[in-house]
Design a protein around this ligand. Structure first.
Ligand SMILES: Nc1ncnc2c1ncn2[C@@H]1O[C@H](COP(=O)(O)OP(=O)(O)O)[C@@H](O)[C@H]1O
Ligand SMILES: [Mg+2]
Length: 263
């Protein structure tokens, strides 16, 4: 059975994922603040909108206006998509103004209700859903994270979504606030940052993607004004990237084959 894949909206990332995210998957985007998770979500939504799909974005840490402005900086026109009835942004922050698509109460149940309502409004073909981030839902009860994650996945899978869910990592411990989501995720894309010689550098690595022969390297990423997230180069090189003399390559291949036979 062929796997149907959805584009991430980032060409290089699609390539590393053998085409994209398998339809119906629940993918966790994990990492510390400022590593590019939200921007990756914007790409995922824009890829759908560009293809004439309808999409849902739940924002819990930034207002809807902030998401729209950020997307616009990368030439992704979210406001127009909303006006055209192709995109619903559910705002769980309620900083600016309340409306039909704001969450009154930041609870998992309330969010699921709104998502289902949004899907009914947009139509049954709506499959791209972003929840950015899930961490907000267990600020009050971190021990519930795993149980809630499982609940969210179970309910939403019945509604045929392919989901990006972000999870914030605690700065101090490096462990996820929402440690529950990795346990239920079909895929995990981890975002990292590091200061090297006084410069902030960011990376991503595909830690898990079921049913996918994916790339295993950490990739340096750049966030470019007007463009968005770009994968620039892998940290490690694969053997096939090295140009070695044919004789050496033959020897390496022979050794690998021999090792393989012993398994
Ligand atoms: N227009 C822009 N041009 C270049 N970099 C940007 C732009 N807008 C945001 N960024 C970078 O993206 C970062 C935010 O990334 P984001 O995806 O929101 O992180 P998070 O992982 O917390 O969701 C900012 O701290 C900034 O470094
Ligand atoms: Mg974010």
């Amino acid at each position: 059975m062929q796997v149907t894949r959805l584009s991430t909206g980032i060409d290089k990332l699609d390539e590393l994922l053998a085409g994209g995210i398998p339809e119906g998957f629940f993918v966790a985007l994990t990492g510390m603040p400022g590593t590019g998770k939200t921007i990756a979500c914007l790409h995922y939504i824009w890829a759908g909108l560009r293809d004439g799909e309808r999409c849902i974005y739940v924002t819990t840490e930034e207002s809807r206006e902030s998401i729209i402005r950020q997307a616009e900086q990368f030439n992704m026109h979210f406001e127009e998509a909303m006006e055209d009835g192709d995109l619903i942004i559910i705002d769980a922050l309620m900083r600016e103004h309340e409306d039909e698509w704001s969450l009154q109460d930041v609870s998992v149940e309330e969010m699921l209700k709104k998502i289902i309502e949004a899907k009914k409004r947009l139509g049954r073909d709506t499959r791209r859903l972003v929840i950015d981030s899930m961490s907000a839902f267990w600020l009050r009860a971190p021990v519930k994270a795993r149980e809630h994650s499982y609940f969210v996945k179970r309910i939403l899978s019945k509604w045929h979504f392919t989901i990006y869910a972000t999870s914030q990592y605690a700065i101090t411990t490096g462990s996820a606030f929402g440690w529950g989501i990795e346990h239920v995720a079909d895929g995990i894309i981890h975002f990292k940052k590091r200061v090297i010689r006084g410069v902030l550098r960011r990376y991503l690595i595909i830690e898990k993607m079921r049913q996918t022969p994916h790339d295993l390297r950490a990739w340096e990423i750049e966030i470019v004004n007007g463009k968005g997230l770009v994968l620039t180069k892998p940290l490690a090189r694969r053997m096939e990237d090295e140009v070695l003399p044919e004789k050496v390559m033959q020897r390496i291949r022979r050794i690998l084959e021999e090792e393989y036979e012993e398994v």
